[in-house]
Design a protein. Sequence first.
Length: 504
Amino acid sequence: MVKHLFIFTYLTSLSLFSMNTTLQPVVLTGPTYRDVRIQEGYTTVMPTTGDIKMLVIPINFSDASCDLIIEGCEQTRQNINQAFFGEPSTMRWHSVASYYRVSSYNQLRIDGMVTDWFTPSITAVALSENRGLLGSQVIQPALEKFKLDHPNAVTNYDQDQDGFLDAVYFIYSLPFDPEEEIYGEDKDVFWAFVAYQGGQANLANPSLFHYGWSSYQFMYEDGTYQRSDNGKVIWDEANEPIFHPHRDSLDQRQVDAHVFIHEVGHLLGLQDYYTYDRDAGDWGPAGALDMMDFNIGDHHGFSKMALGWVHPYIANPLVQSVTLPALSESPRILILPKATLTTMMDEYILIEFYQPTGLNQKDSQEAYAGRYPRMFTQPGIKIYHIDARIAQLIVTSQGLRLNGFVTSMQTSGYRYQIAHQNTVSRNATGTNPNHKLIHLLEASGINTFRHGGFATNATLFQTGAIWNTDANPYLMNDGTRLPWELTIGAMGEDGVQLSWRLIA
């Protein structure tokens, strides 16, 4: 009965496929990722398409001056500009702007400026003692200074005209996680993160909703560790591993933007795909090899769909095959749905063809920062179990209560949240703690991530594999079997041949 109902649902919604014998990308009409994030309280995000201006403000602490940086104040400011707006031809990899231009298939084009250094009245030591002063003593004064210096340029940084600055990033003059005792033990303010300032929309004088915050030192994190002939890391007399940042032909430290690119992903609205609860026994289901997981490679298909850069193929009973191009080259993914799919905010299987090309190439050839896992070094199929269902929540005197999962949202009466995260403590109340937002499935059928493993070439599915067979059925989070069997065919320059059949 379930199978016949499923087929009937498809046959009564064939306008999605226009009776084509070739599978066509589908524009889903239900709530978007951004729609749900707004319901969660994220009033605005950096626009994900179009020509966007980013403002970058270097912060010069008086007790940790940019003069103390090896490159000095002005060269460091120029290097910051290169990290955010430079062209790949001048770098070992990509800047923030060039990365997102490529990852979005030229749909997101970032430009902007790096201001002069701003020196706040608060010292770095005082800030380390009270992180709560970051907004009032550093961020807001720096922004006010920019507005005073560039009164006619402020509205240029609100391209979507929603009354908020589209993208603002602050780079501070202190090394991250400083070791000096004067900064105390609680110095997490000196790390890399995106923070939320709030503020009210103002079209004439755009305000700040959120911002990026990172050390200049992250620009010089890429490099190699000195190793012995048998590959062991060599340590110096201070019991520190000997690290050599990459240098250019003039023996200057080369600029890298991996960390800034990751944080801009948060400005765009994406979440971390690793877990914050590992010490409590939680595990990272995305396998580490992704920009929003371990800061490496390209964004995967779910992120690109969430940002509006990809429209999926959706398997249906009438068209049972497709040639899927590499995601690094073309905005195409395949979805195997549980039933008729109207929104990406649902549960389904997402498939992408991975190639160690484009934004994946560098990180597949060498370990970022000399210690991160490498991206997959060979082509293959990535199969993700996505559970992005929308939790409908009721406000009670005892707090929020789960009222079920929905595919549309009412304007009042309920609160809504993405039901599952990759950090279990951030799941919506009342949801199953074993359910994850994004889980990369492993070709072996064994979940090595649960025991601290990372994805490897062996994770990828290869030609000849048949997935979700009667002998090895795959169950979705509601306990039912996914109604599609997938066969992976030949891989070539044009893509991979995928075929599927509806199963009883």
